[in-house]
Design a protein around this ligand. Structure first.
Ligand code: GTP
Length: 332
């Protein structure tokens, strides 16, 4: 299930349950002849029903649907007005489903702010109108509910962020992982097509990995890979992105970089790696394949394959070398 679908379901169920709850209150008050409270509950349940309809209408853009804020401001201010104008402090418990809705539907800060705008004046009214002990008990209940719901939402947001980070970041090296590469490269290709700026990529592979693993062990190779990632981060400029493909290969996306530029940076990477003293194994070299997008390159696999082939060509010419392969050019 995508995040948008998850939000649509939770918002829909939230509004649905709130509508059912408030509608029951409306019916009960109608039965006992409390017409003011009946009209209030009927208005609030109509608003939650609008929220449900809005959720269904905006189901494809639920993450950016701004109308929820207006609907919830309407609900919260409706209840606050009733607390101020009707002499029935008992309806403070109607705030409970509203607090949950605020936090369930709005971004955390907005949800907490709107809830406090309801709870603080409501508490003052309650302290003024109800017996002290009763007022304190009800206010405490509201704050406990608000805190628990806010902590739960904060925890969920935090977990979702960690899951997203894990999905796109290699846990060992901190670079982006291969799954994220195609998505980013496609975006950069579209951007390069739209703006006409050059785009280059680099495929980089550590030389003689089997020999290094035999000689120094797999753990040393893993450490070398991490050290090389850190090193590459210090060589590339902001805006370039680094991806780890497997335990021995890297990929770099270099926006705004023409052929002359990618030749410079590829050679710089090769030289600095060869000159470096690596803590786990001493000396190491890399073979680098580089390519620049031609006007016929519109897909990621073409660029990835060409960079990979260029890296194999570099290796064929002897380790510790760079090979550049020109982009596909189509004449109109
Ligand atoms: N994407 C990318 N390109 C680089 C990088 N370093 C050098 N280049 C390319 O190589 C060209 C020449 O770079 P340098 O020899 O460092 O000269 P420079 O004039 O100091 O480079 P800039 O001020 O970064 O443009 C640059 O214009 C870039 O196109 C890098 O880290 N990333």
């Amino acid at each position: 299930m995508t995040e948008t679908q998850l939000r649509t379901w939770t918002h829909g169920i939230g509004y649905g349950l709130a509508t059912a709850f408030i509608f029951m209150l409306a019916l009960q008050n109608l039965r006992y002849g409390f017409y003011d409270l009946f009209y209030l509950a009927a208005t609030l349940s109509a608003l939650t029903l609008i929220g449900l309809a809005y959720t269904i209408l905006c189901r494809r853009s639920q993450l950016s649907a701004k109308g929820h804020l207006l609907i919830l401001i309407g609900l919260n201010s409706g209840l606050l007005t009733a607390l101020l104008t009707l002499d029935t402090p008992g309806i403070i418990h109607w705030a409970m489903p509203l607090l949950v809705l605020n936090l369930l539907i709005l971004p955390l800060r907005q949800g907490v702010a709107l809830s406090l705008l309801l709870v603080l004046p409501a508490s003052a009214i309650l302290l003024f109108e109800a017996p002290l002990l009763e007022a304190i008990t009800r206010i405490a209940g509201l704050f406990i509910l608000l805190t628990a719901a806010a902590l739960y939402i904060w925890h969920y947001d935090h977990m979702a962020q960690s899951a997203e980070d894990l999905a796109i970041t290699d846990p060992v090296t901190g670079a982006h992982n291969a799954r994220f590469l195609d998505e980013s490269l496609q975006k950069e290709i579209s951007r390069a097509i739209a703006t006409g700026h050059p785009l280059s990529v680099i495929n980089l592979s550590i030389d003689y990995v089997d020999g290094l693993a035999d000689l120094h062990g797999k753990n040393s190779l893993q450490t070398l890979y991490q050290n090389m990632t850190e090193h590459l981060f210090t060589v590339i400029r902001a805006g370039d992105t680094l991806y780890t493909l497997n335990d021995t290969e890297f990929f770099l996306i270099l926006p705004f970089t023409p052929e002359e530029g990618v030749r410079v940076i590829a050679e710089r990477i090769r030289r600095t790696i060869a000159e470096h003293q690596w803590p786990s194994i001493g000396r190491a070299t890399v073979s680098i394949g580089a390519t620049t997008r031609g006007n016929g390159d519109t897909r990621t696999d073409a660029l990835r394959k060409r960079a990979h082939q260029a890296m194999l060509d570099a290796r064929k010419r002897g380790a510790d070398s760079v090979w550049f392969s020109a982009g596909e050019t189509v004449t109109a």
